[in-house]
Design a protein around this ligand. Structure first.
Ligand code: 2HA
Ligand code: ZN
Length: 273
């Protein structure tokens, strides 16, 4: 007898995270998407992995992920609704051996498919796994103040990183690798996936101007916390600008002291020596 999959930790994490993102106002309507790499051992108590419900073709080559399992949010689905109807809004997929399709094992019960941003998600997973074998989670959301900042701040990775580090003391500790940014591009395409994944080589946060953010991490908490911390810094930045701008800030020397105290290596080229 298989156990009830709605009790699986990875399903519960997806339900809670989508609900939190919705409640924070970062995933209006069908905004945002999550993919979470899980193992066959995690799934087996709940599902027969031989039972494929549907096969869905993909437009790009995901063969480095062949045989890997992900729980993902669905295309056009609302984060608001996930916890009321997980089986309609979430799916468990396995990347096919040739990397050109995925097999649906559970979920998307009304005939739905994986998120429209699947190219970016899978390309990011491929990239992050190359640099971190503990990597598991990609979250995309429409974090309000980070989006706002892409209208008023220079769209330069070093300048954005510096501004965010200055806004809250914990930032340099949480994302010493900083943030990256791509040019504005049409979402849902293989091209934006490639551009984002290229940036994910060195960082875990990539801004999409006038759209949102992609975060990568080893656990759901780690990834959510990363986005939350950057968004908080962007919110403080927004308030600082509204109050008339900085009169003082954390100095480069102090940011270096912080990094030393917490044993992290700040991205080179941001702090003056
Ligand atoms: O799926 O957020 O970027 C809705 C989106 C697309
Ligand atoms: Zn989006």
């Amino acid at each position: 007898m298989k156990q009830d999959i709605l009790q699986a930790k990875f399903v519960q994490e997806m339900m809670k995270t989508t609900a939190n993102l919705y409640r924070l106002g970062w995933d209006e309507r069908n905004g945002g998407n999550i993919s979470y790499l899980i193992t066959e051992e995690q799934i087996e108590p709940f599902l027969n992995v031989q039972e494929v419900k549907r096969i869905v073709p993909m437009s790009f080559d995901a063969s480095p992920l062949a045989g890997k399992y992900f729980i993902v949010t669905g295309s056009g689905k609302y984060f608001k609704n996930v916890s009321d109807d997980p089986a309609g809004n979430l799916g468990i997929i396995r990347i096919a051996e040739d990397g050109k399709s995925y097999e649906l094992l559970w979920g998307f019960e009304d005939g739905g498919v994986a998120t429209s941003e699947l190219p970016t998600h899978l390309m990011n997973h491929i990239q992050r796994l190359q640099v971190d074998d503990q990597h598991r989670v990609i979250i995309h959301c429409h974090a309000t103040h980070l989006i706002a900042m892409t209208f008023t701040h220079r769209l330069d990775a070093v300048a954005l990183t510096k501004t965010l580090w200055e806004m809250c003391t914990e930032c340099i500790v949480v994302f010493p690798d900083g943030v990256e940014v791509i040019p504005w591009m049409v979402p849902g395409t293989d091209d934006i996936g490639r551009a984002t994944a290229e940036k994910m080589k060195n960082v875990r946060l990539v801004l999409w101007p006038h759209h949102g953010i992609f975060g990568a991490g080893t656990t759901m908490d780690d990834t959510f916390g990363l986005i939350e911390t950057a968004e908080k810094a962007a919110q403080v930045y927004t308030i600082v600008c509204a109050q008339g701008g900085k009169k003082q800030t954390i100095k480069d020397k102090e940011l270096k002291e912080l990094a030393d105290a917490f044993g992290v290596t700040p991205r080179p080229g941001v702090l003056k020596r």
